[in-house]
Design a protein around this ligand. Structure first.
Ligand SMILES: *Cc1c(COP(=O)(O)O)cnc(C)c1O
Length: 335
């Protein structure tokens, strides 16, 4: 594989740090490390920034003037897309899906939404369950009608081009670990629109790195999530010139920690957020990394990672905490 063959705009702060989490690890009885992709540097950072380097590379090569994308109301992907557009002078047309049904003022107006507005995007809200692919096309057509040149980015930036960002992360992580003689036994990540997980799988496969990757799902059931990740990983490997290297067994998702649904938090998530914050000063997010940490904690406490050195990919999203103010406020109130 040779990533320099693909157009790329450079703006992420890379490499992101690989750091030990000794106090959280001791709490869980494992050797726990974190890959700090919450520190990618773009308007708060997060995992979408790596994908956007390749997506913006393609958008700029095509001469686009407007980015069109969609996400849930508190989407981190949308925040990072608008920021990347601002960096290169591209406008952003955004569609936010009211996927959780929450009308709470902090959810619809604070956190990521406040930052989206600060950075100056055109935003429209649509009800949960809307056909978002059709909405993307409608927005793109409206841009064309007024003489603009849209570049459509799918939800989460999860297509082959975006997944190249996580192929690069897979490479970066292994280089960092090898430089420090740090054997990695397992990589753990949240998995949603699948680009992160798929890019990591394709990257490891292309590099012949056989470190198992465990994705904790945040929305879809296991079979569907694994299918989405597998299909994208296969296509990504093909694009890399590593066709046939990704096998179905390489893709493992555990979707038992979703709880009530996408973007809905429960006590397990709040416990994960508070444990990471109080042992390491590490801020996770309510929708993705907090849910993945909820799963990691449960697995570790059941002995699933016994004797292993586990790297947790922190995919960012702490800005979304402010969208959950009322629920967190209630949970943090003294008993
Ligand atoms: C989007 C997102 C994820 C999930 O990544 P996908 O590539 O969509 O699977 C995980 N964590 C955070 C904070 C995110 O914003």
């Amino acid at each position: 594989m040779h990533l320099a063959r693909f157009p790329r705009a450079r703006f992420a702060h890379l490499p992101t740090p690989l750091e030990p989490l000794p106090r959280l690890g001791a709490e869980l009885g494992i050797d726990l490390w974190v890959k700090r992709d919450d520190c990618t540097g773009l308007a708060g950072g997060g995992n979408k920034t790596r994908k956007l380097e390749f997506l913006l590379g393609e958008a700029l090569a095509q001469g686009a003037d407007t980015l069109v994308t969609q996400g849930a109301v508190q989407s981190n992907h949308v925040r990072q897309t608008i920021a990347a557009g601002a960096r290169f002078g591209l406008a952003s047309e955004i569609i936010l899906e009211e996927r959780t049904g929450s009308k709470a003022l902090d959810y619809v107006g604070n956190g990521n939404v406040l930052l989206d507005r600060l950075m100056g995007a055109a935003i429209r809200f649509v009800p949960g369950g809307t056909d978002m692919v059709a909405e993307l096309e409608a927005s793109a057509e409206a841009v064309r009608q007024r003489g603009g040149k849209p570049y459509v980015i799918p939800g989460g930036g999860s297509n082959v081009v975006g997944a190249l960002g996580y192929v690069d992360c897979a490479r970066e992580l292994i280089v960092q670990a090898d430089e420090r003689d740090l054997r990695i036994d397992r990589l753990v990540t949240a998995t949603g629109s699948a680009g992160t997980h798929a890019g990591l799988v394709a990257g490891f496969a292309a590099l012949s790195v056989d470190v198992p990757i465990l994705g904790f799902g945040v929305r879809a059931p296991k079979a569907k999530q694994e299918e989405n990740v597998f299909n994208l990983a296969v296509a990504t490997a093909e694009t890399l010139g590593a066709a046939g290297r990704v096998t179905r067994e390489m893709v493992v998702a555990d979707c038992d920690y979703v709880g009530e649904g996408y973007g809905l938090i429960d006590q397990g998530v709040i416990d994960a957020l508070t444990l990471a914050a109080r042992t390491e000063g590490l801020l996770l997010d309510p929708v993705y990394s907090g849910k993945a940490m909820k799963g990691l904690i449960d697995h570790a406490r059941k002995g699933a990672f016994k004797g292993e050195r586990v790297v947790f990919l922190h995919t960012g999203g702490a800005q979304g905490l402010f969208g959950y103010h009322s629920q967190l406020d209630a949970a943090l109130a003294p008993a």
